[in-house]
Design a protein around this ligand. Structure first.
Ligand SMILES: C[S@@+](CC[C@H](N)C(=O)[O-])C[C@H]1O[C@@H](n2cnc3c(N)ncnc32)[C@H](O)[C@@H]1O
Length: 292
């Protein structure tokens, strides 16, 4: 008599998701690394499970394995984009790491005051607070010049939020009162919120750029902000990204990185200026060297 297939008894509650297994964590870890450079170290299983659980549950997948297969099979790329959104950290704030903006205002902008327009790149800009901080600063420091900010992030969702430029009063908490009244317009609430004024909104352009893939600009920038994203990359990826950012800097141009992501262990051709600020040599394109 032919043997019947063993009956699979499923003890799961409807809608329940099986816990993340080590092999599933490894698959998601590799996918995140390949697609956007996220370096998920062992020990991040709970974080991955917590951040993906909603997607897994709302898609009615019964396991992370099923969800993982769906992400791979989705040729539109939307499932992958949602996975990246869920795994990436979007935390940001107006005037975050304020020393950078002071240095920019006092040391860098005076050397660029003849530029018209003056265009800077804000890479990995998240929901836009950094972009609009730069816009306020540039307009304040160089009122008679045209300022432009090229802003980018891997996340379309974050970019849409950034371009919409509406922030609750709570998120605007750190903004100087003078900037709030000069560059923001009170929205009809609730919740109480402010929108960046039309003049500044026309000065920023948003574009999706994945820093671990090839990207190009038609021009080079005197200033690039790329802060608090490389902290999620391993050293190899950081080197590749810094190399590409340096290619996008004009000679003498400045790269600002997050204070938590010093480039001391990374090979690069930039000169150290001060903590988390680097500069491309005035004279040459540069050969890659191990920095001290
Ligand atoms: C912690 S936020 C930093 C925001 C802002 N730069 C700051 O310092 O406040 C990191 C941002 O990097 C973006 N990101 C992550 N991986 C990326 C990649 N491979 N390419 C471009 N952006 C990426 C995320 O979507 C997120 O918006």
């Amino acid at each position: 008599m032919p043997r019947a297939d063993p009956i699979e008894i499923d003890w799961m509650e409807p809608g329940a998701v099986r816990p993340l297994a080590p092999q599933e964590f490894e698959q998601i870890r590799q996918l995140a690394y390949r697609t956007f450079g996220l370096d998920l170290k062992p020990g991040k299983e709970e974080l991955v499970s917590a951040r993906l659980r909603r997607l897994v549950g709302s898609g009615r997948f019964r396991s992370f394995q099923e969800y993982y297969r769906h992400v791979l099979a989705d040729s539109t790329g939307e499932a992958l984009a949602r996975m990246i959104d869920a795994l990436a950290t979007n935390h940001t704030a107006f005037l975050r790491e304020p020393e950078h903006f002071e240095f920019l205002r006092q040391q860098v902008l005076p050397t660029l005051s003849a530029r018209d327009p003056l265009e800077v790149w804000c890479a990995a800009c998240s929901t836009g607070e950094e972009v609009w901080t730069l816009a306020c600063l540039l307009n304040d420091a160089l009122p008679s010049r045209t300022s432009r900010i090229a802003a980018s992030d891997i996340s379309n969702k974050a970019l849409r939020f950034a371009a919409q430029a509406v922030y609750t009063a709570e998120r605007c908490h750190g903004l100087p009162a003078a900037w709030l009244s000069r560059y923001f317009v009170l929205e009809t609430g609730p919740p109480k919120s402010y929108r960046v004024c039309p003049k500044l909104r026309t000065q920023a352009g948003f574009r999706r750029i994945n820093l671990v893939e090839r990207f190009s600009w038609q021009r080079r920038f005197p200033v690039i902000f790329c802060r608090n994203v490389m902290i999620y990359f391993d050293r190899q990826t950081q080197e590749r990204v810094v190399e590409r950012l340096a290619e996008c800097l004009e000679p003498g141009g400045y790269l600002f990185v997050g204070h938590a992501e010093s480039l001391t262990r990374v090979s690069h051709s930039l000169e150290y200026v001060r903590p988390a600020v680097y500069r491309k040599s005035e004279k040459r394109e540069g050969k890659w060297t191990k920095s001290s």
